[in-house]
Write a protein that binds this ligand. Structure first.
Ligand SMILES: Nc1ncnc2c1ncn2[C@@H]1O[C@H](COP(=O)(O)OP(=O)(O)O)[C@@H](O)[C@H]1O
Ligand SMILES: [Mg+2]
Length: 239
């Protein structure tokens, strides 16, 4: 089964992304002129790189809205690349308007429940506004997802993340049923896909414990419905 993260052999770094508290994210251009937001493994750590890779592969598989991604494997760079989305703003419930990609946006909740991502604050949830006052939601930045620390996540057991810093006003409606449907699909991912995704993400992050990663990924995906349900309980309780 083909589960692949594009490799890019060189990038040209441009200016730093003007946001506070970042892992030194910078704009970057690849030789084909494509524009990315780049984060170096040296700045964020190999666990963060593993988290980005695993979460992105899962997001793509389940249709969660994430920018295209790649890995720059120049030994002096070793950077996670997220394709730059023009006109994207950080999440704001008051300016979001109707969310056009309802199923995709709801799938972000199931995704975060499975990879144990507590960092879905407004800076990691982008909105691309349209001309009619609505927006498309896009998830970025999974570097804090605990799936990047497989031994630690295994120790924690099958618990959902805490939504205490989840973007205020997200989700803007009752998205439980949609998130649950997505979780049902996550739970049914074939073993071959889980194996291939763990292998590919570990290759990018040079993580030697592929079986550990595979096992924690598989156990959380298999429990996706329960994890998402418990996560939604906590999300709804904070309203
Ligand atoms: N694909 C993207 N398109 C547009 N802006 C992005 C993209 N990825 C990141 N950004 C911007 O860069 C900021 C930092 O990137 P992020 O991945 O969140 O890194 P960090 O781990 O440093 O928070 C984001 O808050 C957002 O403003
Ligand atoms: Mg961020």
């Amino acid at each position: 089964m083909m589960v692949r993260i594009q490799r890019i052999s060189q990038i040209m770094r441009l200016t730093r992304v003007p946001v506070p508290h970042t892992n030194e994210a910078t704009y970057a251009l690849d030789p084909g002129g494509r524009r990315w937001v780049a984060k170096r493994e040296a700045d964020m750590g190999c666990e963060a790189l593993l988290a980005e890779a695993l979460t992105w592969l899962l997001a793509r598989e389940i249709g969660a809205p994430v920018p295209d991604a790649a890995f720059c494997d120049d030994p002096d760079e070793r950077s996670w690349l997220s394709e730059w989305i023009p006109h994207a703003k950080h999440w704001s419930a008051s300016s979001a308007g109707p969310i056009r990609n309802l199923e995709g946006a709801a799938s972000i909740l199931a995704l975060d429940a499975v990879v144990f991502n507590e960092a879905r604050h407004g800076g990691n949830l982008l909105l691309v506004p349209d001309v009619d006052g609505g927006s498309t939601a896009v998830a970025i930045d999974a570097d804090e997802a605990l799936i990047g620390h497989p031994a630690e996540l295994t120790r924690r057991g099958l618990v959902p993340p805490d939504p205490r810093i989840l973007a205020a006003g997200f989700p803007p409606g009752d998205w439980r049923a949609i998130a649950s449907d997505v979780a049902t699909r996550v739970a049914a991912l074939p073993d071959a896909w889980l194996d291939a995704a763990a292998t590919e993400a570990c290759a990018v992050a040079r993580e030697p414990h592929v079986h550990l990663v595979r096992d924690v990924l598989a156990s959380r995906c298999r429990a996706a419905v329960e994890l998402t349900g418990r996560y939604m309980d906590a999300v709804e309780a904070r309203r």
